[in-house]
Ligand binder design. Structure first.
Ligand code: ADP
Ligand code: MG
Length: 755
C-alpha cells in the first residue's frame, strides 16, 4: 500500500550515498590505469611467475591451438595458485557461459587432506593444492543446464575446459570472499558445444582463416609488408540498463520474477522533455556506476563512457573495444559486477529490454569490426589510402553476409523480452538491412555505374574518395573519393556503418552478445569465401589480384547486394512495403525467427564452416524456442497472481469504500452523486478485469496439454500475449482510478524518480 511504498522512499532518502574507496598507495590515490588489471593473471603476470621455458611452451601451445601438456599445465596451476592465494583466494571455479545468457560457476576450495605417517602413526593434515588437471578440466553436473535435448539426464556429463586464450582472474565477492576464476568452455561428453563460447571461438577461427586468404589474394607480401598472421574480430558493447531503488523493486513481483512491469502506466512526465539523456547522473547512480567501474578496472575491463539514456532512470556504459572473445567475457562481467555493486547502493539494475511500457527500452549495441595482428582495422577506410580496395572488399563481404543471412541475424537476437522492443518505434524493426551513410553509398553507386563519385557536399565530381578527412584514392580515373559527414547517422537502422565499424543495434540488452557475434562472424566468413573465389577466378595466374581485378569483383558484389542497403527511415511504413518488394524478410516476432536457425541456407552455412554441428543447431533452436515459451508462461502466471492477490482486492476495497460512503450519505438523506458516478465507472472495469483474468487462467490450464515446444511457443505468442494484454488494459485503468493509499504496487513515477 501507500504506506509501504512511502516507508521505503523515506528510508532510502535518509541514507547518504555510499562512499567509494579508491585504493591508495603511499598515501596517494591510485589512478585507474594503475589499478587496471591488477586482479588478472595476465600474460605479463605469467611471464613473471613461470620458468621461461614453461612460459614459452604455453605461448606456443596457445598460438597453435594445441592442448597443454601436463608439465606445462601443472606449472601454470602452481603459479596461479600462489598468485591467487596471495590475493586471498580460497576457492577456484571454472567460469563458463551456458545457453542462458549468463555465466555459471561452481566453487571448489583449494583444500586437500593429506595423510602423514609419523613413527607408525597416521595423521591427516590440510594443504592447499591446485593441479594442472584441475586447471584444465572440470566436470560439473551438466544435467541442469539447457542442452536442448543434446543429452539426457542419465548421461549428464558435461565438461568445462579452460579456454587458454582468456586469462584467469580473481574476483572479490561479498564480505571478503575471493575466488579464482578460470574462463572455460562447456562441452558435452561427445564434445558438442553446450555453451556460447565454443561456437564463438570456432566462428572467430574460421573468419580469421578466410580473411587471411583474402589478404593473400589482394596484397603482395614483401619486406615492407609483412604477412598478416592473424585476423580477429573486434567488439565494443554499449550496454543499456535501468537502475531503480531496490526497496521499491522488492514490492514489485513482476520485476522480481520477470524483469519487467506487467502492470503500470506512464506518469505525466517521463521522457517527453528529453531532459534525461546526457543529463547529470543522479548521485546514487553515479556512485554505484563509479564503484562498478573501479571493480571492473581491477578485472581488466576497460569501461570508457557512462551516461544517462533517453528514458528516465535509464543509463549506459560502454567499454573500449577489444578482441571479441574478450569483449564478450567482459560484457558478461560488467553485467554481473554492476548487478552486485548496485546492491551495495540499494539499487537494482534492470537488464530487461523493456521494463517499462511507454518509455524507451534497452539494447546492447554491438560495435563490430575486423582487425589484423598488425593493428589495421580492415573496415577503416581512412587507415591508409593504399588500402582502399581492401576496405571495399571487406565492406562488400559484410554486405553479402548480411544479405544472405539477415534472417539468421534476426534469429540471433530473438527472445520474448526483445520482442517488446524490436519494431516498437524506438528500436530497429524485424527487417535486417544495412545503413552505409550517403557518402559511402555514393561511392558504391559510382563504382557500380563505373562513373566518378559525386562530391555530395559540393555537387562536383571528385577524383578521390575522402573518408573522415583522409583522401582515399581509388586509383582508377573514373573512381574517386568522398568526405564522410560525421553527422550522417541513422539511428533507425538495425545494422549501421559508423565510420570504421558496423553497429549491430538490434541486439537485446539482456542477452549475451556471443550468439549475435557468432552469427555475424560466420555470415561474413561465408561471404568472404565467395569473394575469395571470385578474386581467385579474376586474377588468373597472377600472384595477387590487380587493382582492375579488385574493382571488377567489388562491382560484382555491389550489384549482388543492393537489396540489403537502406538509407531511409527504418521505422516507416514505406520501408515495410519497400523491403517486401526487395524480397527482404520481415520477421516481426521471435517465434517466427527461431526457425531461421534450421533453415537450409543458414544451417548449411554454419555446418560447412564448422561453427555448429547439426545436433548443436537443433539444440540451439530447441533451447531458444523453449525459453521463449517458458518466459511467456512465467509472465502469465505472474500477472495472474498479481491481479488475483493484489490488484482485484485493492479494487474491491475501493469499491466497498465508495459504496459504504454512498450508503451512509443516503442514510442521512443526501444523494452521493460523485461516489455513485465513480462506482459506475469502476464497477465495469473490475468486472472486466475479473473476467479477463479468469480467461487467462483457463487458457494457461489449456496450454498445459501442449507438449511440443514449437506449438507451445506459437500459442504463447498468438494467445497468451493478447490475453495478458487484455488483463493489463483493465489493471492499468484501475491504477489510474483506485485510491493511491490502497494501491499495492510502486508506480512508474516512484520507480523513475527515486534514485
Ligand atoms: P559511436 O559514437 O559511433 O557509437 P563510439 O566511439 O562511442 O562510437 O564507440 C561506441 C563503441 O564502439 C565503443 O565501445 C567503442 O570502443 C566501439 N568501437 C570503436 N571502434 C571499434 C572497432 N574498430 N571495432 C569494434 N568496436 C569499436
Ligand atoms: Mg554507438
Amino acid at each position: 500500500t501507500l504506506q509501504a511504498r512511502q516507508d521505503i522512499i523515506t528510508e532510502s532518502l535518509a541514507q547518504p550515498p555510499r562512499n567509494i574507496k579508491f585504493p591508495s598507495e603511499n598515501g596517494r590515490v591510485q589512478t585507474v590505469s594503475e589499478i587496471f588489471g591488477q586482479n588478472v593473471f595476465s600474460l605479463k603476470e605469467m611471464e613473471k611467475s613461470l620458468p621461461k621455458p614453461v612460459f614459452k611452451t604455453f605461448i606456443r601451445q596457445v598460438r597453435g591451438n594445441q592442448t597443454l601438456d601436463k608439465v606445462t599445465a601443472d606449472a601454470i596451476a602452481h603459479a596461479v595458485k600462489v598468485w591467487a592465494l596471495e590475493r586471498g583466494a580460497t576457492d577456484f571455479t571454472h567460469w563458463f557461459q551456458p545457453l542462458n545468457d549468463s555465466t555459471a560457476e561452481k566453487h571448489d576450495s583449494f583444500l586437500t587432506l593429506k595423510t602423514n605417517h609419523i613413527n607408525g602413526f597416521e595423521e591427516v593434515t590440510a594443504i592447499d593444492t591446485f593441479s594442472g588437471s584441475q586447471l584444465l578440466q572440470s566436470e560439473p553436473d551438466a544435467s541442469s543446464f539447457p542442452s536442448g535435448g543434446m543429452r539426457t539426464t542419465f548421461e549428464a556429463r558435461g565438461y568445462t575446459v579452460w579456454d587458454t586464450k582468456s586469462p584467469m582472474f580473481v574476483q572479490n565477492g561479498p564480505h571478503g570472499t575471493t575466488i579464482l576464476y578460470i574462463p572455460s568452455v562447456f562441452i558435452s561428453y561427445n564434445g558438442e558445444a553446450m555453451d556460447e563460447k565454443s561456437v564463438l571461438l570456432r566462428s572467430s577461427e574460421v573468419l580469421s582463416k578466410t580473411a587471411l586468404e583474402t589478404l593473400d589474394l589482394i596484397e603482395p607480401v614483401d619486406e615492407d609488408h609483412p604477412r598478416t598472421k592473424h585476423v580477429f574480430t573486434t567488439l565494443g558493447t554499449e550496454q543499456e540498463y535501468f537502475l531503480i531503488d531496490r526497496g521499491l523493486y522488492s514490492l514489485r513481483p513482476d520485476l522480481k520474477i520477470t524483469g519487467r512491469t506487467l502492470i503500470g502506466g506512464l506518469p505525466p512526465r517521463h521522457q517527453q522533455l528529453e531532459d534525461h539523456y546526457f543529463g547529470k547522473m543522479p548521485t546514487r547512480v553515479l556512485a554505484a556506476t563509479s564503484e562498478c567501474e573501479l571493480e571492473l578496472a581491477k578485472l581488466g575491463v576497460p569501461i570508457k563512457t557512462r551516461h544517462n539514456e533517453v528514458a528516465p532512470a535509464q543509463f549506459e556504459v560502454a567499454p573500449i573495444f577489444e578482441e571479441a572473445i574478450q569483449a564478450v567475457d567482459h560484457n558478461l562481467l560488467t553485467m554481473d559486477v554492476l548487478h552486485r555493486v548496485a546492491h551495495r547502493h540499494k539499487l537494482k539494475v534492470l537488464y530487461h529490454e523493456k521494463p517499462f511500457r511507454g518509455v524507451n527500452g534497452s539494447g546492447k549495441h554491438c560495435n563490430w569490426s575486423m582487425s589484423t595482428d598488425q593493428g589495421d582495422n580492415l573496415l577503416d577506410p581512412s587507415a591508409a589510402p593504399e588500402h582502399n580496395y581492401r576496405f571495399l572488399i571487406f565492406l562488400v563481404a559484410v554486405l553479402k553476409g548480411v544479405l544472405d543471412h539477415g534472417d539468421l541475424m534476426r534469429a540471433s537476437i530473438a527472445s520474448a523480452s526483445n520482442d517488446h522492443r524490436l519494431g516498437a518505434h524506438e528500436a530497429p524493426p524485424g527487417i535486417i538491412s544495412v545503413f552505409l551513410g550517403s557518402h559511402l553509398n555514393e561511392v558504391l553507386d559510382a563504382i557500380e555505374e563505373n562513373r566518378p563519385v559525386n562530391d555530395l557536399a559540393a555537387g562536383t565530381q571528385l577524383q578521390h574518395i575522402r573518408v573522415q578527412g583522409t583522401v582515399l584514392d581509388l586509383k582508377v580515373a573514373t573512381l574517386p573519393s568522398i568526405a564522410r559527414d560525421t553527422t550522417d547517422r541513422n539511428r533507425t537502422s538495425p545494422f549501421a556503418f559508423t565510420g570504421n565499424k558496423f553497429e549491430f543495434r538490434a541486439v537485446g540488452s539482456k542477452q549475451s552478445p556471443s550468439f549475435p557475434v557468432t552469427v555475424l562472424n560466420s555470415a561474413v566468413a561465408s561471404a568472404l569465401q565467395e569473394v575469395n573465389a571470385a578474386l581467385t577466378k579474376q586474377k588468373g595466374t597472377k600472384a595477387v589480384a590487380s587493382d582492375a581485378d579488385k574493382v571488377i569483383v567489388i562491382r560484382e558484389f555491389i550489384k549482388k547486394t543492393k537489396a540489403i542497403r537502406f538509407e531511409g527511415d527504418n521505422y516507416s511504413d514505406e520501408w515495410v512495403t519497400e523491403a517486401a518488394k526487395r524480397g527482404l524478410p520481415n520477421i516481426r516476432k521471435s517465434v517466427d525467427a527461431f526457425g531461421c536457425i534450421l533453415k537450409k541456407e543458414n544451417a548449411d552455412m554454419l555446418k560447412r564452416l564448422g561453427v555448429f554441428s547439426d545436433v548443436e543447431l537443433h539444440s540451439r533452436f530447441h533451447i531458444l524456442t523453449e525459453k521463449y515459451a517458458k518466459d511467456v508462461a512465467i509472465e502469465a502466471q505472474t500477472i495472474l497472481t498479481m491481479v488475483t492477490q493484489q490488484i482485484l482486492p485493492a479494487a474491491y476495497s475501493y469499491r466497498r469504500e465508495l459504496a459504504e460512503s454512498a450508503a451512509s450519505m443516503k442514510s442521512i438523506g443526501i444523494e452521493a452523486k460523485a461516489e455513485l458516478r465513480v462506482l459506475n465507472i469502476l464497477s465495469p472495469i473490475v468486472e472486466a478485469l475479473q473476467d479477463h483474468n479468469d480467461a487467462l487462467d483457463q487458457l494457461m490450464v489449456k496450454l498445459d496439454d501442449i507438449v511440443e515446444v514449437e506449438k507451445l511457443a506459437i500459442a504463447c505468442n498468438e494467445q497468451v500475449g493478447p490475453a495478458m494484454e487484455r488483463v493489463r488494459e483493465q489493471a492499468d485503468k484501475l491504477e489510474r482510478l483506485v485510491a493511491d493509499k490502497l494501491w499495492p504496487l510502486p508506480k512508474y513515477n516512484e520507480l523513475f524518480f527515486n534514485i
